[in-house]
Design a protein around this ligand. Structure first.
Ligand code: PEP
Ligand code: MG
Length: 296
């Protein structure tokens, strides 16, 4: 089995009939970079930036964040690195954020909601990200979006940060792509409008499934009700891809479903452009893609 997988290392993630898919890896920490490289991922489709905030007692400084993003961008040597802005809240609690206790944290103050409520925190992360973008190919991605208004507000803060860097003569990549995660049913349903605001979509199937089925993703007692292939979720994914393409943007999947080989053909037929999976899932996915013929 290992040998079979080794044979696809260094090859292109392309179907028999010639459709290329970007196969990227998800990471939660720069320590995972060696795994990304050893598994031959073509980029990083989801860098969960929360690790910078977890397991400590104070906010990470701009410098600390900059160093982590810069190291990642340099190690990937020009390959795309999609950094998701802070997704604290819900299952990821950090004491020094002083978030009020909530009955339903998964539906509470988390991710972009925290960033738009505390713009100084958001600005620090965005400054670090933009500065690091001068050292490779970085893209930024906002999580837990539900409306175009949120996207516009987040982009306005990003543009303001970039203006500030211009004034200070600090280098950054002015062509850095800006995308959003589609991980709420609201975002999937509104994806036709949202696509006009961004350069790409990345579908977070973990949360999209949780919110669409109204089943807590951590609640294993509900496994009997949980259908990972529920047609409602698959329809939302299909609609999101189609709506993104109508506006000419690329659409990927970075939730666990992207690594589900039973769905690879379905996703490719829907037109997905990128699949981002855990590093050990990269080569099996490439092997699967190379076995498919979409003309059949
Ligand atoms: C998702 O929700 O599918 C996702 C990729 O983000 P996370 O698992 O970090 O919530
Ligand atoms: Mg999520």
């Amino acid at each position: 089995r290992r040998q079979e997988l080794e044979s696809v290392r260094g090859t292109e993630s392309i179907t028999r009939d010639g459709r290329h898919i970007d196969v990227y890896a998800n990471i939660g920490n720069p320590d995972n970079l060696s795994q990304v490289l050893s598994n031959d991922a073509e980029g990083i489709g989801l860098f969960r930036s929360e690790f910078l905030y977890l397991g400590r007692n104070t906010y990470p400084t701009e410098e600390e964040q900059f160093e982590a993003y810069k190291k990642t961008a340099q190690t990937m040597a020009g390959k795309k690195v999609i950094i998701r802005t802070l997704d604290i809240g819900a299952d990821k609690k950090v004491d020094y954020f002083n978030l009020a206790p909530e009955e339903n944290p998964a539906m509470g103050m988390r991710a972009i909601r925290i960033c738009l409520t505390r713009p100084e925190l958001f600005r620090t992360q965005l400054r670090a990200l933009c500065r690091a973008s001068a050292f490779g190919t970085i893209a930024v991605m906002f999580p837990m979006i539900i409306s175009t208004d949120e996207v516009r507000r987040a982009k306005a803060i990003l543009q303001d940060v970039q203006r500030e860097l211009d004034e200070q003569g600090v280098k950054y990549d002015s062509h850095m792509e800006v995308g959003i995660m589609i991980e709420t049913p609201a975002a999937a349903v509104m994806s036709d409008e949202l696509a006009k605001e961004v350069d790409f979509f990345s579908i977070g199937s973990n949360d999209l499934t949780q919110y669409t089925l109204a089943i807590d993703r951590q609640q294993t007692q509900l496994d009997a009700f949980f259908d990972a292939h529920h047609p409602a979720v698959l329809r939302l994914i299909g609609q999101t891809i189609a709506n993104g393409h109508k506006e000419g943007i690329w659409v990927g999947i970075c939730g666990e479903l992207g690594a589900d080989l039973a769905l690879t053909e379905t996703f490719l037929r829907m037109g997905v452009d990128e699949l981002s999976v855990s590093p050990p899932a990269v080569l099996p996915l490439r092997e699967k893609i190379r076995s498919l013929d979409l003309k059949k």
